[in-house]
Design a protein around this ligand. Structure first.
Ligand code: FAD
Length: 386
């Protein structure tokens, strides 16, 4: 006996859930989502930890978008908590404003300054490179060697275990550098978190599908394939895995998270550092570019706005990818892109399968981009371009 569906969707992350929601509610299709983890949401999953603190289990997820369409789509399932995602950098025994802006410049020269003076300083220090081809070039061509070495080089080496020279310009190029006092980490117009958390938003997407949607957790899709009949598959897992690594495994970077929680009493003596009661550090995210093994400490309570006496901080250690580890980041480098291209050509020849999301397209996409990709794919496979 086999189960019949219109669509088999592999993965219950942003990509799979968006596709499922549209196919079920807009087109009345019967969908099955198969997810190998024991929860929905993919890497955007959040939950309350044992100390009652809402945490992002797979690293902090700062939602932002410039697309009114994507904001409108997700707003059907959540209200929003607006956030200015604040970041600092910690090196040489002190906090620095980050991303680099006029405040950082003043910290470096040890006195008040102006945008004009900072621009002149940058002009004198930056290296002339007309068309920066890698992450080292893109930063030294904007700020010069000193700031590159203080804030970027060590962080990038730890994060990717590759020299910035061997990484695409986009890796470091996405971090803004400003000569005014705008210290927002991100550039997008809309920056907010789902008010009741990502998981609650995903649950509402699933609820909207009613009995059109079936969800199987803790299941590798390969284990159920022999029992299924379906017209089309939407695959959001790793593309190399789909093809049994036939050209070799694509390179990924993994992460290790170390959580530590504190009670209000334990936090009292941190107030001189955090600047307010109930918090461990002065910003949502503090980068550690140089001296420590971890790359950042995140205290997401700063961003979620949760009213809670306890707090949890998460130290993030970059890690090699291997058996039993999550593939968090595709490597943005030319050799990896060349190998992916071979898998992509194979995927293009596959009929009845859509490859979407960050793993199936082997590319670091933000959440809003993945939602956009899923919406576009549903339009394509249903022949309903808008
Ligand atoms: C540390 C980190 C921080 C991030 N921070 C941000 C941020 O601040 N802002 C932002 O916009 N984006 C951020 N992102 C990116 C964001 O996580 C992705 O854009 C988004 O989660 C991608 O959704 P997805 O559905 O493509 O993939 P995923 O969320 O990875 O979902 C894919 C799902 O497929 C499942 N799966 C895989 N193989 C199988 C199989 N064989 N059978 C069954 N199920 C399978 C996986 O278990 C997973 O749940 C971050 C990513 C990471 C790693």
């Amino acid at each position: 006996m086999s189960w019949k569906f219109d669509y088999l969707i592999v993965g219950a992350g942003f990509a799979g859930l968006t596709a499922a929601e549209r196919l079920c509610t807009q087109f009345g299709k019967r969908c099955l989502i198969v997810e190998k983890r024991n929860h929905i949401g993919g890497n955007a999953y959040d939950c309350y930890d044992d100390h009652g603190v809402l945490i992002h289990n797979y690293g902090p997820h700062y939602f932002r978008t410039n697309s009114p369409r994507i904001k409108e789509y997700l707003s059907q399932f959540t209200e929003w908590h607006p956030v200015d995602y604040a970041i600092l950098s910690y090196t040489e025994g002190r906090f620095w404003n980050f991303p680099i802006n006029l405040n950082t410049f003043e910290q470096i020269i040890g006195r008040e300054s102006t945008s004009e003076e900072m621009e002149k300083w940058l002009e004198e220090h930056r290296v002339t490179i007309n068309n920066p081809k890698n992450s080292e070039e893109v930063i030294i061509s904007q700020v010069g060697w000193e700031l590159y070495e203080k804030f970027f080089k060590g962080y990038t080496l730890k994060q990717w275990k590759r020299h910035p020279k061997d990484l695409d310009a986009s890796v470091c190029g996405r971090i803004p550098i400003r000569t005014n006092r705008d210290d927002r980490y991100l550039k997008e117009d809309f920056q907010a978190l789902p008010k009741a958390g990502y998981t609650r938003m995903f649950e509402r997407m699933i609820d909207a599908c009613g009995d059109k949607l079936h969800l199987l957790l803790k299941t590798n899709y390969r284990d159920v394939m022999p029992h299924l009949e379906f017209d089309h598959m939407i695959y959001t897992g790793p593309i190399d895995e789909y093809f049994d690594d036939c050209y070799g495994q694509l390179p990924y970077r993994s992460l290790r998270f170390e959580n530590e929680s504190f009670t209000p009493e334990e936090l009292v003596e941190r107030e001189t550092i955090s600047g307010k009661p109930g918090f461990w550090q002065p910003a949502m995210q503090v980068n550690y570019p140089n001296e420590e093994e971890f790359t950042r400490i995140v205290e997401v309570k700063h961003a979620t706005g949760q009213l809670c006496g306890n707090t949890t901080i998460v130290r993030e250690y970059p890690d090699d990818f291997g058996p039993g580890k999550e593939a968090y980041y595709p490597i943005p480098a030319p050799d990896a892109a060349a190998l992916y291209k071979r898998y992509k050509e194979k995927a293009d020849g596959e009929s009845g399968v859509s490859f979407i999301g960050r793993l199936a397209t082997y590319r670091y996409y933000n959440m809003d981009q993945v939602v956009g990709m899923a919406l576009a794919e549903v339009s394509k496979i249903t022949g309903t371009y808008d």
